[in-house]
Design a protein. Structure first.
Length: 118
């Protein structure tokens, strides 16, 4: 199973970005999916998560600005980021709890850099 993330980049404060993460491989089903981020010198933290039934959870710091969604037919999770702030600068990682024929395992994407700067 592989997770391929895309959509990062450089944006000015107040701007928007949309991250995507597609899972591929021998997938039977996907439970929770989520986005995490890690800024330099800080621990990786949960940004947002979404269940297979589309229930969502957000970090307090992004509530009202970020929206997580998923397309189960495409095994893809999205993160729409609006009103970006310099504090949102980090490497963003996607995560998925995947059920295969051999295990229910947690997989990570490679990370995509988001830089918010004027």
């Amino acid at each position: 199973v592989q997770l391929q993330a895309s959509g990062g980049g450089l944006v000015q404060p107040g701007g928007s970005l949309r991250l995507s993460c597609a899972a591929s491989g021998s997938i039977f089903s996907i439970d929770d999916m989520g986005w995490y981020r890690q800024a330099p010198g800080k621990q990786r933290e949960l940004v947002a998560s979404i269940t297979s039934g589309s229930s969502t959870n957000y970090a307090d710091s992004v509530t009202g600005r970020f929206t997580i969604s998923r397309d189960n037919a495409k095994n893809t999770v999205y993160l729409q980021m609006n009103s970006l702030k310099p504090d949102d600068t980090a490497v963003y990682y996607c995560n998925a709890e995947v059920l295969t024929t051999t295990c229910r395992c947690s997989y990570w994407g490679h990370g995509t850099q988001v830089t918010v700067s004027s």
